[in-house]
Design a protein around this ligand. Structure first.
Ligand SMILES: [Zn+2]
Length: 339
């Protein structure tokens, strides 16, 4: 069969030419000539058409074997050359190609929100401070006037590391740390991660972010608290937003309140975001309990103060209409890119 004879001739010729080669350049020329995508072996495969159909499988196998044998001979030869595997000649980098733009990331939407809120409070004279996430019971509960019988101190509601050490369950711990280290006036804002063993679902996570504000000085009153929150809501949500206070209870403030602001999406008419109520909850607030001031050595007859806290995730989810809290922490870049 002429096909097989010609194939053998091609193999003999290629082997004979490969034998004396001694340089990487020559090896590469040989490889292009015989084994390249436009090489002789590939071109020879076209001639399979001439072979009678009955002999085609056998002829195809022989052709493949020849190709593999030549490749193996080439690899073996290349390995014996002192330069090792055959490399292309010339510089490794083509400096004439256009460059690739490095991919730049950006701050996470939670961080962006904390920075944005921090900036508003900075304009009102608050200093941003941070505290440890691993806390002791004194800073997380005792100094905050939370008695041992309080349900928030249940070991099942907290991540305890040992009997006295835990992951903080609130950022109010930072209030205590700041007041312990400085005399009034104190005007601080803090934000960061807090931990509670909640079952993960669309609105709960074992970790979330809180933001907390504290102002202690002489003659600080409820009016200052209301003004501060009102100014913040107008700056962050829009100048038309109004705030609402409802009585509540927290161990570390007296009196205490829940803050709500008018829905900026429907302007009070009722929509999905505000669950048709026209109001959106922001967080808790109140005048610092005298027991808390005394616990850090302040004279509660002379000094008064206010504090409030809010959940960052809740604000982010409402502002950007994010339906599931877990999306924020799955680190899917396609999701995070949007913000
Ligand atoms: Zn609404």
């Amino acid at each position: 069969m002429p096909f097989l004879e010609d194939l053998q001739a091609l193999k003999d010729q290629a082997s004979a030419e490969l034998e004396p080669l001694a340089s990487a350049e020559a090896m590469e020329s040989w490889r292009v000539k015989y084994l390249g995508t436009k090489g002789a072996v590939k071109a020879f495969m076209q001639r399979l058409k001439e072979v009678p159909p009955a002999d085609k499988p056998a002829a195809g196998k022989v052709a493949n074997d020849v190709k593999n044998a030549l490749q193996a001979a080439f690899d073996a030869k290349a390995a014996t050359l002192s330069s090792g595997p055959v490399r292309r000649s010339g510089p490794l980098i083509d400096v004439t190609l256009p460059g690739r733009k490095p991919h730049l990331g950006h701050a996470h939407i939670i961080t962006q929100t904390i920075n944005e809120i921090g900036e508003i409070f900075a304009r009102m004279g608050f200093t941003f401070v941070q505290g440890p996430e691993v806390e002791d019971e004194r800073h997380n509960f005792v100094a905050l006037n939370i008695p041992p019988s309080h349900p928030a101190r249940d070991p099942l509601e907290n991540f305890f590391i040992d009997d006295l050490t835990m992951l903080r369950s609130q950022t109010s711990t930072v209030q205590i740390r700041v007041m312990e280290g400085q005399k009034p006036p104190v005007r601080i804002i803090t934000a960061g991660r807090v931990y509670r063993p909640d079952t993960v679902d669309a609105t709960h996570m074992f970790m979330f972010h809180q933001l907390e504000c504290l102002y202690v000085d002489e003659y600080v009153t409820m009016v200052d608290l209301r003004t501060c929150i009102d100014q913040f809501c107008k700056a962050y949500f829009g100048p038309d937003v109004v705030t609402r206070f409802q009585p509540s209870f927290f161990p570390f403030t007296e009196p205490s309140g829940e803050i709500a602001y008018s829905c900026p999406f429907c302007h009070g008419a009722g929509c999905l975001v505000c669950k048709q109520s026209g109001w959106i909850e922001l967080g808790g607030c109140g005048m610092v309990d005298p027991n808390v001031l005394e616990a850090v050595g302040y004279d509660s007859e002379k000094y008064t103060g206010y504090a409030f806290g809010l959940g960052i995730e809740r604000m982010v989810m409402r502002k950007h209409r994010i339906p599931d809290l877990r999306l924020l922490f799955e680190n899917d870049v396609r999701f995070l890119h949007q913000f």
